[in-house]
Write a protein that binds this ligand. Structure first.
Ligand code: FES
Ligand code: FES
Length: 158
């Protein structure tokens, strides 16, 4: 298959690259750009491990054909904080013990961030709804919901 050019914004920077048009956004993030914070679980839209934010909405990167990203804005876990400067959600997940194996965590955080970017004081049911597509096999969801509430509080106070 011949390659095609695609250009989009990734974590607030312009990127342009040649891609296999059959690839998904997830394939390109992990395989070509080495952004392996976005995880691959099921590969078919069922687990949420691959969640990124596309034009402000949480989406499953494994379901997005890369050519559909042309001209749009993608945010991944690498774009929201780093080890020295954690995002309030990342801090809260650690503080509340909402991480065990960590495989679901980047996706959980991106789904939660998409919520908090729009809703400063989410209800418990809004949080549940926001992370409904993200499966965690380790923690149960109570600590994750607490972490999202704690991050929302911190973001309101800052
Ligand atoms: S890897 Fe995309 S939803 Fe599971
Ligand atoms: S912490 Fe292991 S799947 Fe969620």
């Amino acid at each position: 298959m011949s390659k095609l050019k695609v250009a989009f914004q990734l974590n607030d920077k312009d990127v342009a690259l040649s891609v296999d048009p059959n690839d998904t956004l997830l394939d390109v993030l992990r395989g070509q750009l080495n952004l392996t914070g976005t995880k691959k679980g099921c590969g078919k839209g069922e687990c949420g491990a691959c969640t990124v934010i596309l034009d402000g909405e949480a989406v499953n990167a494994c379901l997005i054909p890369i050519m559909k990203v042309m001209g749009r804005s993608v945010q991944t876990i690498e774009g929201i904080g780093d080890e020295k400067n954690l995002h309030p959600l990342q801090e809260a997940f650690i503080d509340k013990g909402a991480i065990q194996c960590g495989y679901c965590t980047p996706g959980m955080i991106m789904s939660s961030k998409a919520l908090l970017d729009k809703t400063k004081s989410p209800t418990q049911s809004e949080i549940r709804e926001a992370i409904a597509g993200n499966i965690c096999r380790c923690t149960g969801y109570v600590k994750i919901e607490e972490a999202v509430q704690a991050a929302a509080e911190k973001m309101r106070d800052s």
